[in-house]
Design a binder for this molecule. Structure first.
Ligand code: NDP
Ligand code: 2IT
Length: 450
C-alpha cells in the first residue's frame, strides 16, 4: 500500500479504536478489511461520500443482558448474554451464538463484522450478526446446560425472529444447545418457525448443516488447489480443534483421499502419523460429542503422541486447517508451517491467523483462504435451512451438498475476480473482503442513510 493510503487507514483506525476501546479483536478484524478495501474505495468514491465504512463498523444494534440460572447445587449463577445485530442491508441478521468464558463485546463484534462479509459472499440473502455468552459449558450437566439455554432464550426471544434475526451455533453451541434454545423460543412465542438454524433433522433442520463448515473448508481448499493443478489426494493435513468444524474437515479430507494427522483442544494436540482414519474419527466424535472428554484420550487409546499445551503447527504437512479459535496461528507458527512445506491454509475457524501470520502466508505466496471465504459453507447451509423452512419442504442430502459445493466454488471465483493481482497471484484476503463488501455497500446506498 502507498504511504498516503497507509496514513488514511491509520487515521480511520485511530478513530475506530478511540470509539471502541479495549476491543482488540474487533480492531484487528476491521484493520484487515480496511487495508484491503481502501484502494478500491479510492477508485470508487461513491462509497466514501456515503460513509459506508463508518456505517459498516458501527453495529445497527447491540443487545446485552443478564442471564440468571440455578445450577445443580441450587446456587444462583449469573452470566452475561449478547447479540450484535451488525448489518441487515441484504437480509435478516444471521450468525452463530458462542458460549465460551472468553466471550465479550470485542470478540462478538469482530465475529459479527466478519459475518457480514461472509454472508454476502455466500450470495444468499443474509445480513450479519453474532451473539453468545461468557457461560462456560465445560463440566456442566445436561440439566445445567438446559437451564442456562432457557434463561438465555427467555431474553433473546424478544429480539429475534425468522425474518429479523436467525441465530445458529458456534463454539460451545451445537445440536444439543440449539434444541434447548428452540424449545424455549417455541414455548414463549407460540410459533414453530425457522428462528434458529442447526436444528435437529426431525424438527426443521437441514441435512448436511452439521457437516457444512468442515466440508466447505475442504471444498474451498480443493478449489484453491485446482488453480495449481493439484488435488487433495495423498496430501498430509494438520487440523486444529476437535469440535464440529474439525471433525467434518477430517471426514471430508478422508473422502478426498487426504491424510489428516492432527487434532487439538485447548489443552494440547495429538499427532497420529498413520493418519486419522474413519474409525478413529468415529471415536473422536463419540469422545467429543457424547462423552465430552479431552483429546488426550485419543493418544492414550491409539498410542500416539500427545503434546500438552501446544498447537499442531510444527508438524510437517502440505495443508493446514485451523479449526479451533481466533489467533491460534502466530507469526512463528506461520513461518514454521511455510518452512515445512505447507502451501495451503484453509481457515475453518474465524480469524485463526494473526495479522503477522497472514503477512507470512502472503509473502510466501502460498494459497491462503481466509475464514470469511473458507468457512462460509456453514452459514451458507444455514441459509439453505432457512429456505427449506420457508418452503416447509426438506431437500435430500445430495441436493444440499450439491448446492454447498456450488456456493463454495462461487465464493472461490469471487475471490479470484477481486483478488488476482497483475502477477497472477490470488490474494484471497483482498478478494474476499472486496467481493463481500460490494453487495452490502450497494444495498446500503440504495436504502438511503439508515
Ligand atoms: P466447537 O465448540 O465444536 O469446537 C471448538 C474446538 O476448538 C474445541 O476443540 C475447543 O477445545 C477448541 N477451542 C475453542 N476455544 C479454544 C481456545 N481458546 N484455545 C484453544 N482451543 C480452543 O466449535 P466449532 O467447531 O463450531 O468452531 C470452531 C471454529 O470454527 C470457531 O472459530 C468458530 O467461530 C468457527 N466456525 C464455526 C462454524 C460452525 O458452523 N460451527 C461456522 C464457521 C466458523 P476445548 O474443547 O478444549 O475448548
Ligand atoms: O461463524 C459462522 O459462520 C457460524 N458460526 C455459523 C453461523 C450460522 O448462522 O450458521
Amino acid at each position: 500500500m502507498s504511504d498516503i493510503l497507509d496514513v488514511k487507514v491509520n487515521e480511520f483506525m485511530a478513530k475506530l479504536i478511540a470509539r471502541n476501546p479495549g476491543e482488540s479483536e474487533f480492531h484487528q478484524a476491521v484493520q484487515e478489511v480496511i487495508e484491503s478495501l481502501w484502494p478500491f474505495i479510492e477508485d470508487n468514491p461513491k462509497y466514501k461520500s456515503t460513509k459506508i465504512l463508518e456505517r459498516m463498523t458501527e453495529p445497527e444494534r447491540v443487545l446485552m443482558f443478564r442471564v440468571p440460572w440455578v445450577d445443580d447445587n441450587g446456587e444462583i449463577q449469573v452470566n452475561r448474554g449478547f447479540r450484535i445485530e451488525m448489518n441487515s442491508a441484504i437480509g435478516p441478521y444471521k450468525g452463530g451464538l458462542r458460549f465460551h468464558p472468553t466471550v465479550n463485546l470485542g470478540i462478538l463484534k469482530f465475529l459479527a463484522f466478519e459475518q457480514v462479509f461472509k454472508n454476502s459472499l455466500t450470495s444468499l440473502p443474509m445480513g450479519g450478526g453474532k451473539g453468545g455468552s461468557d457461560f462456560d459449558p465445560k463440566g456442566k450437566s445436561d440439566n445445567e446446560i438446559m437451564k442456562f439455554c432457557q434463561s438465555f432464550m427467555t431474553e433473546l426471544q424478544r429480539h429475534i425472529g425468522q425474518d429479523t434475526d436467525v441465530p445458529a451455533g458456534d463454539i460451545g453451541v451445537g445440536g444439543r444447545e440449539i434444541g434447548y434454545l428452540f424449545g424455549q423460543y417455541k414455548r414463549i412465542v407460540n410459533e414453530f418457525t425457522g428462528v434458529l438454524t442447526g436444528k435437529g433433522l426431525e424438527w426443521g433442520g437441514s441435512l448436511i448443516r452439521p457437516e457444512a463448515t468442515g466440508y466447505g473448508a475442504v471444498y474451498f481448499a480443493n478449489e484453491m488447489l485446482k488453480t495449481r493443478n493439484e488435488g487433495i489426494k495423498g496430501k498430509v493435513a494438520v487440523v486444529s480443534g476437535s469440535g464440529n468444524v474439525a471433525q467434518y474437515t477430517v471426514e471430508k479430507l478422508l473422502q478426498f483421499g487426504g491424510k489428516p494427522v492432527t487434532l487439538s483442544d485447548s489443552a494440547g494436540f495429538i499427532y497420529d502419523p498413520d493418519g486419522i482414519s474413519m474409525e478413529k474419527l468415529q471415536y473422536v466424535m463419540e469422545l467429543k460429542n457424547i462423552k465430552r472428554g479431552r483429546i488426550q484420550e485419543y493418544a492414550d487409546k491409539f498410542k500416539v503422541k500427545y503434546v500438552e499445551g501446544e498447537r499442531p503447527w510444527n508438524v510437517k504437512c502440505d495443508l493446514a486447517f485451523p479449526s479451533a479459535t481466533q489467533n491460534e496461528i502466530n507469526e512463528e507458527d506461520a513461518k514454521e508451517l511455510v518452512k515445512n512445506g505447507c502451501f495451503i491454509v484453509s481457515e475453518g475457524a474465524n480469524m485463526p491467523s494473526t495479522p503477522e501470520a497472514v503477512e507470512v502466508f502472503l509473502e510466501a505466496k502460498i494459497l491462503y483462504g481466509p475464514g470469511k471465504a473458507a468457512n462460509a459453507g456453514g452459514v451458507a447451509t444455514s441459509g439453505l435451512e432457512m429456505t427449506q423452512n420457508s418452503m416447509r419442504l426438506p431437500w435430500t442430502r445430495e441436493e444440499v451438498d450439491e448446492r454447498l459445493q456450488h456456493i463454495m466454488k462461487n465464493i472461490h471465483e469471487t475471490c479470484v475476480k477481486y483478488g488476482k493481482d497483475s502477477s497472477g497471484f490470488i490474494n484471497y484476503v483482498n478478494g474476499a473482503n472486496i467481493g463481500g463488501f460490494i453487495k452490502v455497500a450497494d444495498a446500503m446506498i440504495a436504502q438511503g442513510v439508515v
